[in-house]
Design a protein around this ligand. Structure first.
Ligand SMILES: Nc1nc2c(ncn2[C@@H]2O[C@H](COP(=O)(O)OP(=O)(O)O)[C@@H](O)[C@H]2O)c(=O)[nH]1
Ligand SMILES: [Mg+2]
Length: 162
């Protein structure tokens, strides 16, 4: 699997998506540090919201193969500057979270993300695991066995006689 780092303002849904991508039971807790595990690097929203901490984000981008810019579908404004994807020599994708919210405006979030320069955009409801598998598939490398495939293999009846 390729490694992804998730970036976005506080409350945009980074930690919830991380948990969904890891297949953990979703239990919300505020991120106060960077957890670097498996293939997902979750970052604090403060890094994206503060000018100097932005440099920390730039560094984390080099620890990953893919950078995921998150915008919640109901966010009132966009934090990412136009064309910011050119700042990093990694593949950058857009992720719109909270598509299930009643005040969600997915098209507006898509447009903001396109302005940053991303070409590929995923839509997720991390609470219901909607769209999360598509991101995992996107990160997949040759030879990777996906969680659902593993389960299928484990559940296969043993047809060989003992
Ligand atoms: N309805 C809905 N709520 C979400 C979704 N993703 C995150 N949330 C909620 O949004 C809040 C902030 O999420 P969190 O993952 O902590 O954001 P972070 O600060 O970017 O890590 C929490 O109350 C989550 O339960 C989603 O896709 N749909
Ligand atoms: Mg968080």
């Amino acid at each position: 699997m390729r490694k992804i780092v998730l970036m976005g303002r506080s409350e945009s849904g980074k930690t919830t998506l991380t948990q969904a991508l890891k297949g953990e039971k979703i239990s919300y807790h505020k991120t106060q540090y960077v957890n670097n595990f498996d293939v997902i690097i979750d970052t604090p929203g403060e890094y994206a919201q503060t000018v100097n901490l932005g440099y920390a984000l730039a560094l984390y981008a080099y620890e990953a193969d893919v950078v995921g810019l998150l915008i919640a579908a109901n966010e009132p404004y966009c934090l990412f500057p136009p064309c910011c994807t050119s700042q990093v020599n990694r593949e950058v994708i857009g992720i719109v979270t909270k598509i299930d919210k009643p005040d969600a405006d997915v098209e507006r979030a898509d447009n903001w993300l396109r302005l940053t320069g991303v070409k590929k955009i995923f839509h997720v409801n991390s609470k219901q695991n909607e769209g999360v598998g598509d991101i995992l598939e996107y990160l997949r490398e040759e030879g990777d066995v996906m969680p659902w495939e593993k389960e299928m293999t484990q559940n296969e009846p043993n047809i060989m006689p003992k």
